[in-house]
Design a protein around this ligand. Structure first.
Ligand code: UDX
Length: 474
């Protein structure tokens, strides 16, 4: 009698991002990359987010048709539609409710879909740690932040022990931090990841540090970065998380994979807002590398006076600008109307939401005034666009320090919001010091492309990740 070896079933990966734009974007790119590899994927969103994806992305249905092994599932976030905190500044309320009450729902999905591996957004802390152990499945944490930020969070206990933390008020901000190995003499207090602009006491920093410790409790860790960009921080992280896959920049990895496989479909989109494409026509009419693209991501709130300072700084710089002001960003509607009228006169454009990857790769873009969100930073890096940074929270403070002082890709406004500073920095980046910034931006863009091409570090690490995921099926 022939004894056939037991056939392995196919792996089935559950991917669960935090319900925020900067998290769903890279995790959906990862889902598509895995789907190309013929791996079963269940992509889990809260109902609130899923509805927005359907509403604002025509190609979601096409994505499902293209990859029959990819499916979307939804989960309740325990908030009613009418009183929903949304996905902006109050997204922490949704993360909290999911972390507190989401486990049974997750358990149902693991059972009903016969999940063999979970890729969980690390911002959910230990939400899936017990479940993975109970079902004997693999748990991979995915962090959407930079490696330098991840390492700074991991260093927080040491900084407390050495009395380098907490920060003692505004006058303490320029003190140099010495106990983040690999970053000695680089970070000032003001460059540490921070939530000060949301919460004066900065107690969230302790929670963020704790979540990062919990990210180490999975079987593996994924970071959306590449080796050549952040190797010192990555070497430090590997001492705590040896199974670390750096597979980014994910959007570029996906685009490159699709290009090399001659796929005709474009990469998945996951906009939470309606995209205004009129800006692309406007960009066509602008001279080469002349436009400042301005966007502060999906969460940063702005006070009226900050908007006014940035606006005057841009006008005084005399460079055309394309500025994303999200529908929910300005409370004073009169102010928005005033800006729009004044801007049009001055040959600028204000829009609610743009196709950012496409904008950054347009030949008319010469600089990016950004909040230094990690996705935006990587998108700018890939396109070789120099940056002016005005960070708001979390990893953005340390990302902007790296952009200006390590990668030399631009300038960091940090805690200042002043029209003269905006004007000067725009002129420095686009005129006075243009060559040096463009040179380093081009060099790093080349490294990014190399990393996701066959034989590159992110490419190879992704192959290893697939092997690992395949090995998880029972
Ligand atoms: C947040 C944090 O800022 C970030 O640091 C963290 O790592 C992830 O979550 P967010 O503030 O939204 O995200 O910024 P960012 O990470 O830059 O993500 C914004 C995304 O929205 C980018 O992928 C960007 O391309 C996209 N976007 C932004 C658009 O598609 N259109 C726009 O008009 C503006």
């Amino acid at each position: 009698m022939d004894i056939q070896p037991k056939k392995k079933s196919l792996p089935h990966v559950l991917i669960f991002p935090c319900p925020a734009q900067g998290h769903v974007n890279p995790m959906l790119k990862l889902a598509e990359l895995l789907a190309i590899q013929n791996i079963y994927i269940t992509f889990l969103n809260t109902k609130y987010i899923h509805n927005r994806l359907i509403q604002f992305n025509d190609d979601i249905q096409a994505l499902l048709e293209c990859y029959p092994k990819l499916q979307f599932k939804t989960i309740s976030d325990f908030h009613s539609e009418e009183k929903h905190p949304g996905f902006g500044e109050k997204v922490g309320d949704v993360i909290l409710s999911l972390s507190l009450y989401g486990k049974p729902l997750l358990k149902d999905i693991i059972v009903s879909e016969k999940i063999s591996c979970i890729i969980l957004d690390g911002i959910f802390g230990d939400l899936a740690t017990d479940l993975a152990a109970e079902f004997g499945i693999q748990l991979i944490h995915f962090r959407t932040i930079s490696a330098c930020c991840f390492w700074a969070y991991l260093s927080v206990p040491k900084l407390l022990e050495c009395n380098e933390l907490p920060i003692k008020g505004d006058e303490d901000m320029d003190r140099i931090i010495r106990n983040v190995p690999g970053m000695e003499n680089l970070l000032r207090c003001r460059d540490l990841p921070s939530f000060r602009k949301m919460d004066d006491s900065d107690t969230i920093l302790d929670k963020a540090a704790l979540l990062t410790q919990q990210s180490l409790k999975g079987n593996a860790l994924i970071l959306n970065t590449f080796e050549n960009l952040e190797s010192p921080a990555l070497s430090q992280i590997r001492l705590h998380a040896p199974k670390l896959y750096t597979i980014g920049p994910l959007h570029h990895h996906l685009n490159t994979t699709k290009k090399t496989s001659s796929s005709s479909s474009s990469s998945s989109k996951s906009n939470f807002f309606e995209v205004d494409r009129t800006c692309m026509t406007w960009l066509e009419s602008q001279p080469l590398k002349s436009v400042v693209y301005v966007s502060f991501g999906s969460i940063t709130p702005m006070k009226g006076e900050e908007i006014i300072e940035i606006w005057h700084g841009l006008l005084n710089s005399k460079k055309p600008f394309l500025w994303v002001i999200r529908p929910n960003m300005v409370q004073e509607k009169g102010l928005l109307k005033e800006l729009e009228e004044g801007t049009t006169k001055e040959k600028g454009m204000i829009v609610g939401w743009v196709p950012q990857e496409e904008v950054l790769s347009h030949k008319a873009i010469g600089a990016f005034l950004t909040h230094s969100g990690w996705n935006s930073t990587l998108e700018s890096v890939v396109c070789g666009v120099p940056m002016i940074c005005w960070p708001y929270f979390a990893d953005q403070q340390i990302n902007s320090r790296f952009v200006s002082d390590v990668w030399k890709l631009g300038l960091d406004m940090k805690d200042v919001c002043d029209r003269k500073v905006v004007e000067n920095m725009v002129n420095d980046v686009m005129v006075n010091r243009k060559e040096e910034f463009v040179r380093s931006a081009m060099d790093i863009a080349k490294l990014a492309s190399k990393s996701v091409s066959p034989g590159g570090s992110s490419y190879n690490n992704f192959q290893d990740l697939i092997q690992y995921i395949r090995s998880t099926s029972p």
